[in-house]
Structures are given as structure tokens and as C-alpha cells.
Design a protein. Structure first.
Length: 301
């Protein structure tokens, strides 16, 4: 195995929303206030700008690069910044990752190429090409429900073995057995697995995940952090209690596609969020009722 790039982040990493104004332009002041709140008040361990939760599919390339730059500059080293720079076009992923490195990010999050359904060899070559072009720690992002392609465990392990920049995985496969295969075949000192399916975080932590890249941390970031610490300290009863405590709101935050419910929750909590860019729409009335009940019952509203 080649010498890996250094990477050891664990804990709760927030895939930050991109707040918009009513005219659908980026709310830059709102973005900076969210950064301060989640670092200083909630205590997240890292930030991901321009992930799915940040509505990256509807950001222009200049906006994408500027969001990453603003987040990196305003974070000012308080926590690591992992830029979402993946694409279904290898050349585009390279371009976005180069811009992110120039902005000073600590790592990139590379989503599985979506829609065009590459083979496993194609996936391997895609991630390797990005790594060869931009020498930056890379976290793979496996989310077959959105990408329509699964990064198979053998491909993930092969990338870990062959590519020095590949240092981790955001696992949103929803497949615990697959996650176990990856965890069993890799080493925690050189490959960090993060839960990317929020309802699975407790289970993945128990199998060796080092934290979560958690959209729900916009609402329950402190509770997810406490659950992580409880698992790591061996207090599984407390971790299980926290898991079941937040379970209703975690479910409700995915009653409609992310980040629709997260933005609704933030609006209720008094934080900048704003509308969603089309074709995403505001949360429907039935789903809002489910989310409000879960947040009120748990004390988040």
C-alpha cells in the first residue's frame, strides 16, 4: 500500500445547507452566521459545503467555488472543511476539486458519479483520476439511492489500497452488511468510515465508524455528538437511549427528500435557510405536520 495522506478526523461533520434569499441568490451573511453557530454553539467537528444538503446540483460552477471559498475563509481553521466537489463527469470533478484546493480546504468529498451508471472499473478510474490530478485527501461518498450506482466494497477497498489520497468513506448505502465488509477489510488508522445514512449512525458507530456526516446535525448535532462519545467510551446503553430519542426527528427529517425538511426545521428554529431552488419545493403540509410534532415532542421547538 502506498503511504497515505494524513487524515484522522472523527466526530460530527455537518453537510451545511446553502441559505438562499427570496430571489434565490445565495445569502452570504446567513451562510457565515450558520458557520459560527454550528462551530461555536453546537460544536461540530467539521463542515462540508456543497454536498447534496447544500443543494450543489442547482449551484452554478462560480457559485459552487465561491461557497467553498467563503466557508473556508470564514471557518478560518476552527474545524476542517471537506468540500463537496464530486460530479458525474470526471473532468468536472477535477476542475471543482482544483478550485477547492486553491481555496484552502482540508479534503474533498467525492460522490459516486450519478446518472450515467459507470462500471466498477469506471468508478475506480474516475476516483483515481481525480486523486492523480489533485493531491488532496479524498473521502468517497457512496449513495446509491441518489446516484443509481453502488460503489461495491471490493472497489472501495481497492481504492484504499491503491490511491494514497483515498482516506475515508461516507457510507449512505443503507446496507449494514456492505459497511461491515468495508470496515473489516480496511484499517481505522488509514481509512475513516463515516455514517451518511443518519438512521444508521448508531449501528455504524458500533461497527467501527468514526463519526457521521449528518444532515440531521442541523437539528440534533449535540445529541449525535453525545451518541458518538457514548459509543467510544463503551456506554452502549446511553448511546442506544440517545439513538431512540432522536429517531423520530431523524425519520421526520427524511419525510421528504433532503434538504427540504432540514431547511423547514431551520426556518422554524429561526436560522437563515430561505427557499429551495427549483425543482426542489418547500415541504408539503402533511410532512410539515410530522416534522413539527417530532421536533416539539423532542424539545427542539
Amino acid at each position: 500500500m502506498p503511504k497515505k495522506l494524513e487524515w484522522g478526523l472523527r466526530g460530527v461533520i455537518l453537510p451545511l445547507i446553502t441559505p438562499f434569499k427570496d430571489d434565490l441568490s445565495v445569502d452570504w451573511d446567513g451562510l457565515r452566521s450558520l458557520i459560527d453557530h454550528y462551530i461555536d454553539d453546537v460544536g461540530v467537528d467539521g463542515l462540508v459545503p456543497c454536498g447534496t444538503t447544500g443543494e450543489s446540483p442547482t449551484l452554478s460552477h462560480p457559485e459552487h467555488a465561491e461557497v467553498i471559498r467563503v466557508v473556508t475563509d470564514h471557518t478560518a481553521g476552527r474545524v476542517p472543511v471537506i468540500a463537496g466537489t464530486g460530479s458525474n463527469a470526471t473532468s468536472e470533478a477535477i476542475e471543482l476539486t482544483r478550485a477547492a484546493k486553491d481555496a484552502g480546504v482540508d479534503a474533498s468529498l467525492q460522490v459516486c458519479p450519478y446518472y450515467n451508471k459507470p462500471t466498477q472499473t469506471g468508478l475506480y478510474n474516475h476516483f483515481k483520476a481525480v486523486a492523480d490530478a489533485v493531491d488532496l485527501p479524498m473521502i468517497l461518498y457512496n449513495i446509491p439511492g441518489r446516484a443509481s450506482r453502488n460503489i461495491e466494497p471490493d472497489t472501495i477497498v481497492r481504492l484504499w489500497n491503491d490511491v494514497p489520497q483515498v482516506v475515508g468513506l461516507k457510507d449512505a448505502s443503507g446496507d449494514l452488511h456492505q459497511a461491515m465488509l468495508v470496515l473489516r477489510a480496511t484499517e481505522r488508522d488509514t481509512f475513516q468510515v463515516y455514517s451518511g445514512e443518519d438512521i444508521m449512525t448508531f449501528s455504524l458507530l458500533c461497527h467501527g465508524a468514526v463519526g457521521a456526516i449528518a444532515a440531521v446535525a442541523h437539528v440534533v448535532g449535540r445529541e449525535v455528538a453525545d451518541m458518538c462519545r457514548a459509543v467510544w467510551s463503551g456506554d452502549l446503553a446511553e448511546a442506544r437511549r440517545l439513538h431512540f430519542h432522536i429517531m423520530p426527528v431523524v425519520d421526520a427529517l427524511f419525510a421528504e427528500p433532503n434538504p427540504i425538511p432540514v431547511k423547514q426545521a431551520l426556518e422554524w428554529m429561526g436560522f437563515p435557510a430561505g427557499p429551495l431552488r427549483p425543482p426542489m419545493e418547500r415541504m408539503s403540509a402533511p410532512a410539515r405536520a410530522i416534522l413539527r410534532e417530532a421536533m416539539q415532542s423532542g424539545g427542539w421547538l
